[in-house]
Design a protein around this ligand. Structure first.
Ligand SMILES: NC(=O)c1ccc[n+]([C@@H]2O[C@H](COP(=O)([O-])OP(=O)(O)OC[C@H]3O[C@@H](n4cnc5c(N)ncnc54)[C@H](OP(=O)(O)O)[C@@H]3O)[C@@H](O)[C@H]2O)c1
Length: 200
């Protein structure tokens, strides 16, 4: 039985991961901006400090949250780039660095990137940039985290549940099931590997 914080628990991916962890009777602390057991905003690091202070000790932090702008390169504004960095990139970096004092020895972090990190799509240049940066962060942070704490990142393909929402953005991509993505989170949380990019 582990105590696991999940950012984005109410989301498309978060719901699959939460269901799987609760089915195994872990204590799941659900977090979102507006939803969950606790609220915190990845774009406001002070809210992360407040969250961790309230939750106390835990074994794992899982992220299925963070937003990026989708638009062709020519249409992306400085504000779009800044928001993408602040939310998905810095939000996930901050949720790791600020949690380290509270995570158990041998605990873990599991972040999220996405297939655009490997396969650029029209309108996905900010997503590709942020996902690659996150994967670099995970590889390097794994080498420095103390007390046997591990860190990995999940890079899912387009989810079956999201195929309609992203209609036209991913031509020829085969959608993946939420159940498979949730199993991959379990590999990261309960396995022994660190610094890994799990492509689903
Ligand atoms: N869906 C896909 O096909 C797919 C594929 C590959 C990668 N991804 C990546 O996976 C991540 C999640 O995607 P999704 O489709 O599951 O998203 P989603 O359905 O929109 O859900 C997002 C979740 O994250 C929370 N959230 C969003 N911004 C937040 C913030 N600033 N602070 C705290 N919580 C925040 C939301 O909670 P509140 O509404 O309460 O804030 C919600 O629970 C994204 O980074 C996306 O790029 C998705």
């Amino acid at each position: 039985m582990k105590k696991i914080i999940i950012f984005g628990a109410s989301g498309t991916i978060g719901r699959h991961v939460t269901r799987e962890l609760e089915r195994e009777k872990h204590t799941v602390v659900k977090v979102g901006r507006k939803s969950g057991d606790f609220t915190a905003n990845l774009e406001e690091p002070a809210t992360l400090d407040a969250l961790y202070a309230k939750v106390g000790k835990f074994d794992a932090v899982v992220s299925t949250a963070g937003e990026v702008a989708f638009a062709p390169l020519a249409n992306l504004t400085g504000a779009d780039w800044a928001r993408s960095f602040r939310s998905k990139l810095m939000g996930q970096i901050e949720l790791v660095t600020r949690a380290v004092p509270f995570v158990s020895d041998g605990g873990s972090f599991t972040l999220i990137s996405g297939i655009t990190g490997d396969a650029p799509i029209l309108g996905g240049v900010a997503a590709t940039t942020v996902n690659r940066a996150l994967e670099g962060f995970v590889r390097a942070a794994a080498c420095e985290l103390p007390r046997g704490i591990r860190i990995n990142i999940i890079s899912p393909g387009l989810l079956e549940d999201s195929a309609a929402k992203y209609e036209g953005y991913f031509p020829g991509f085969v959608p993946v099931s939420g159940a498979l993505v949730a199993q991959t989170y379990k590999r990261s949380i309960f396995g022994i590997e660190t610094g890994q990019i799990y492509r689903v």
